[in-house]
Design a protein around this ligand. Sequence first.
Ligand SMILES: [Cu+2]
Length: 179
Amino acid sequence: MLSRSRFGAFGAAIVAVLFTTAARAHATLEGEEAPINSTYKAVIRVGHGCEGLPTLKLRVRIPEGVVAVKPMPKPGWTLETVKASYGQSYDYFGTPVTEGVREIVWTGKLLDEHYDEFVFRARLTDRLPVGEMLYFPTVQECEGGKAERWIEIPAVGKSADDYEYPAPGLKLLPAGDRH
Ligand SMILES: [Cu+2]
């Protein structure tokens, strides 16, 4: 039989774990690594609003070397994309591409007590540097003009854990590495 005191200790341990996770929730990518020269399904997880206020907009910046971006529409949310030139031409299955989606904007409403995911698919070109991190700076705009800006890109030797507002990122693996 589980004694009351043991159950109490167990409950405290769960609360501690949940607090740690919440503090590190931020805006993060579900898939934390992917091979270059592959199609990547990005799932940006939004764990909380801005100091308790609801999120009204999520803006995601597409880094150089990521092409053929296709955001997934969300019921109840308006979807917009900002297109611009790439820094160079990329090969997309034999076709050179020089411009495309550089920013995705979802507009809607997500309460602080709720969780949601924002999805897009993109080609990670073979020009991306294997072994390095690839970041998608993301801005969460909330009610009352508040914002959470997940745009910090860790310096060499540092990780997202070293920053208060790290950009969502993934590690680039060698081409063909399903891992
Ligand atoms: Cu957080």
